[in-house]
Write a new protein. Sequence first.
Length: 437
Amino acid sequence: MAGLKEKLYDKILEWRPRTKKLLQDHSDVVVDQVTIGKLLGGMRGLKSLVTDISYLDPDEGIRFRGYTLQEVFEKLPKPQKSEMPYVEGLMHLLLTGDIPTRKEAEDLVDEFSKRRILPRYVYEVIDAYPCCSHPMAIFSSAILSMHRESFFKKKYEAGINKKDLWDPMFEDSLNLLAKLPEIATYIYAKLYRDGNRIQSNPNMDMGGNFAFMMGKEKPYDDVARMHFILHSDHESGNVSAHTGHLVASSLSDIYLSVSAMICGLAGPLHGLANQGVLMWLHELMDRLGGEDPTEEELTQYVWDTLNSGLVIPGYGHAVLRKTDPRYLLQREFSLKHLKDDKIFKYVDMLYKIVPPILQEQGKAKNPWPNVDAQSGVIQWHYGVREYDFYTVLFGIGRSIGICANVIWDRALMYPLERPKSLTTDMLEEITGIKKND
Ligand code: HAX
């Protein structure tokens, strides 16, 4: 992988003086204020992290390396006869900031293919899990088990200059990313197909090979590419990205960091919401005995959910204040490929019905749909009906963003993350509620 690594190294050398200058000459410049509201409110919106891989604007949505999602999908090279770009090309973009040439993207496809073989024990770890386990728990463990392979760990133990740590992190990241489709599809086969798996095809790109191992025809390869690209990065403050970055800040290797981030992604307020949407829709279908709902019935169902103190899965966001462009891109795909799908029709009706209800309820700051409102229905349509599995797909995509971030964290020699805690007593003293006598 000499070409990409050299290019990345040049970028790193160019970038380092910028970070150094900010730190040396402007360390005391105030960027944001830490209020009690922020401390007790999950640090929502607090400007306290740095990443150059992606930026999330509340109104516009995500940009990867300065490119909107539309631009990313238009500009990245695509495999022959495919609607969606190479996932490997996205990795090149996130790492270097440059749209790769077809050759650069295909070089990375070859590199992933060379690194895709799993150690035998990973299958054994997966097999050892009891059947009713959630696939995200298995996924995290399978990744964790490969910690012993870490090149970064070996280099660190042997003694390596801090400036060079990005290099073994890069090698580990490529090794891990190349293996994720195989791990995920093996878990799928174990849990839902009595262990009948399809071996990987070394001549395919990541999305194509994933579809192949899932036993799916076209256009599922494009579904996989779209899914992995859309879910790859969403700047650094969300639970999964922040976890990956935090764990790696203690110089844990990529296997430890990605395994941990998968656990954060598995929560219902984060990545698990995509499975939540499908469960919630099926409850509705059961309630209606399979009949198509009227607008009134859907409205009633949304209100019933809210009145029971539950959230509407797939709606709202901690940063976004408009419809998530990741939702819109998937909607565009769905309108083209699955517009007559029964569940897609529900999803589309909800797009009209939910936002005004959330606005009327007046709690959610963002009444619009997020990425998870639309992703599950596409999987369902193409026959991946085990919705427990949907967050694993999210996890494959998110790992790409985490790896790009963590490689750059080491390249820029970001330190151990260690914010300071206060006690409630201290907050009451600061506010004057309690006198310190
Ligand atoms: N349905 C009902 N109530 C909602 C809501 C929704 N979809 N979204 C927010 N609210 C409520 C919150 O629960 C909160 O209520 P309380 O004051 O009673 O605690 C209030 O509105 C204010 O919340 P907020 O400031 O608008 O939103 P947060 O930043 O606290 O939370 C969440 C953001 C995404 C967690 C939230 O919108 C939510 O729970 N949505 C449903 C679950 C979901 O779709 N999660 C996936 C988000 C995208 C993602 O990370 N994908 O991985």
